[in-house]
Design a protein around this ligand. Structure first.
Ligand code: SAM
Ligand code: SF4
Length: 317
């Protein structure tokens, strides 16, 4: 389960939201930590084993460590992890490790400070690199998420592969998706997983395919002799829908069965209506059974209603 704790963010990655931000959710529209904990406890009881905290940027929500501490105590939860942009994360790494967080997805699209500014509209590259250092120092498994964007950072593909030579990280190249908060500016996917792989294979013909873990959304590879690995995520091409087992809860409490659907149930509203857990569980089971066949069907059903112009910050990635 991906739980997005806020839509707010301290970066403005152009592929995720407009430069002047979003129409931020009010406090009342956001799920409270108590509501998140209640929903999470029930979903863990129903069989969810892994929770990934995301957003917006999780560390811009006040007291995020309190939520993580309480989630880490949930009976039956096998894995708690996070996706973060790394701007504010470094001072919390030791505490995260102490809570049992073993894996963090760090979003980093370039190894060049100027390109970082062009992509994110903020001068925070040094802080993100400091977070990367801290995570590695604390032996937390790091997956670096890099969205591949034509004309913006394709020159970073090979240097990021080279990063895996001495660093035990998994660098994951992600196809750009149409969730930038502005339905007109998405140019389509110019760098799909095949093109990304061709680029890497052209320079590293010795690259080896690894066995992908069950339910993995990434195709995984390694350059022989390198400490780290490489993943390619066909997030736009949607080649993995058949084995996808993710559910998502947005900051306003909407349950999504797919990144591309427009929400199948509002858990927050149900909880605020005074429903008990047994009734809520029935609603959840019914909602899970209404999963679209794949991301294409989910998008088609949604486009008929609203069109895809959401920001990834209100979905959680
Ligand atoms: N702020 C945190 C971060 O950036 O890591 C967590 C939330 S962010 C929405 C989660 C992930 O979604 C990030 O790795 C980001 O690169 C990815 N993402 C955002 N917009 C995207 C898009 N249009 N296409 C592909 N990935 C996107
Ligand atoms: Fe913020 Fe993450 Fe979206 Fe970038 S991708 S604007 S860091 S929420």
């Amino acid at each position: 389960m991906r739980l997005a704790v806020t839509d707010r963010c301290n970066l403005r990655c152009f592929y995720c939201m407009p430069e002047d931000g979003l129409n931020w959710l009010s406090r009342a529209e956001l799920m409270s930590y108590e509501e998140m904990l209640r929903a999470s406890a029930l979903l863990v009881k129903m069989g969810i084993e892994k929770i990934r905290i995301t957003g917006g940027e999780p560390f811009v929500r006040k007291d995020i460590m309190k939520l993580l501490t309480n989630l880490s105590k949930l009976d039956g939860l096998k894995e708690l992890s996070m996706t973060t942009n790394g701007v504010l994360t470094a001072p919390y790494v030791a505490e995260m490790k102490a809570l049992g967080i073993r894996s963090v997805n760090l979003s980093l699209d370039t190894l060049d400070a100027n390109r970082f500014f062009t992509i994110t509209h903020r001068d925070e590259f040094a802080n993100v690199m400091h977070t990367l250092d801290e995570l590695l120092k604390h032996n937390i498994e790091v997956k670096i998420n890099a969205v591949v964007m034509d004309g913006k950072n394709t020159q970073d593909i090979l240097p990021m592969v080279e990063l895996t030579k001495n660093m035990p990280v998994s660098v994951r190249f992600i196809e750009e998706m149409p969730f930038n908060g502005d339905e007109h500016s998405y140019q389509g996917v110019k760098w799909d997983y095949v093109r990304i792989l061709n680029e890497i294979e052209g320079h590293y013909p010795e690259i080896k395919k690894l066995v992908d873990p069950a339910y993995s959304t990434a195709y995984n590879y390694q350059i022989p002799g390198h400490k780290g690995t490489i993943g390619i995520i066909a997030a736009y091409s949607r080649t993995f829908c058949g084995t996808c087992n993710r559910i998502r809860i947005t900051p306003q409490g909407t349950l999504k069965n797919c990144l591309y659907d427009d929400g199948v149930l509002n858990i927050k509203d149900l909880m605020r209506s005074g429903i008990n857990d047994a009734e809520l569980e029935k609603h959840l089971v019914k909602a899970f059974s209404h999963r679209a066949a794949d991301g294409w069907e989910a998008e088609r059903l949604r486009v008929e209603k609203t069109g895809v112009h959401e920001s990834m910050a209100t979905i959680g990635g």
